[in-house]
Design a binder for this molecule. Sequence first.
Ligand code: PLP
Length: 397
Amino acid sequence: MSAFARAEYIPPDAIFEVTKRYVADPDPNKVNLGQGTYRDEKGNPWVLPSVREAKVQLGEGFHEYLPIAGLQQFRDEAVKVAFEGSKALSEKRIASCQSLSGTGALLLAGLALKQANSGITTVYITEPTWSNHDLLFSRLGFEVKKLPYYKDGSFDFDGYINTLQEADSKSAVVLHACAHNPTGCDPSHDQWKKIASIIKTNGVFPIFDSAYLGFNSGSVDEDAWAIRYFTEDLGLEACVCLSFAKNMGLYGERVGLTVFATATPETAITMSSILANVQRATISNPPAYGAKLAATVLGTPALKEQWSKDLVTMSSRIKAMRQKLYDELLKLQTPGSWTHLIRQTGMFGYTGISEAQVVYLEEKHHVYMASTSRISIAGLNESNVAYFAKALDDAVR
Ligand code: PLP
């Protein structure tokens, strides 16, 4: 009998399929609001000026292996993105390991929590959330439970904390550090404080999925507020999963970092050893080029300053498109309320239209988006925003 006789076909990932259909569509007016990748005002992928210069500075190099835990200079610089000036850093209570972008960071986090005999058996994620959270943590053998997150166009704070109260010390919770995917609704500082107090009281382990630091508001410090509140103000242990896909535009280079902020320096040493061990068992050692680029940007003062400007360029363009879309819908007197589009932040807009309307938009207007009604605002620009608004108007009438 074939080894594959009992294998069952698994349907492809929905969002990558949206991209495929978009690419295959010959219509000149087509609009891609599916995958969350930044596009410039002409709708093209954007190499950040800071990264462009880092490439020049790096020039030709060798292609040697990195150490198992990754490029030391990258790890040191990337940790500072989340923990600059913190006690965790000065007291050496930080363990880190370079990862395959944000996804790989979550993978190492889950593997390390298992290897550490943490006793954590359940991982709480939000409903809705980035589609890979459920897949990744359930594949690792955790029980995945869901926290209601979205109601009437806003963060469902009451629903969220009522369910979070049920979590205990055998649980971890995945927190979107900023720019919640897909809803674009983040807790306020006061709401974060309440969430943190439940997590602290119940002994739940926080995992910050931090795929958008700096990309959301244009300021890394502002976007890392919750991470710093939990780890610095409350002194909680936490995991921070960093990705440089969006905030440095290094999507395909797979640049990320798993960080554990621990209670003692001794624990940090232990967790470093565990991270290296789970890395070795899975990918042996991480890719070099993107990490070298990110390390050059973060470690060269002039390039770091340019990066701060690049973050503002990207986040401001997205904010402007959000507003423009809203204004167009208002102009068209599109039925329904659309204020949630300008209340939300980050790369995504959660439109709230039905799945049938999403299909209609694709078939009739060549507009491509996730079936959940999520749009990537970064796919909008001066040339297509009015077209999209008209298409949306038509779809909801
Ligand atoms: N987490 C969230 C919430 C995301 O939206 C994404 C990307 O879309 C990721 C993690 C990880 O992305 P990557 O593995 O490309 O860094």
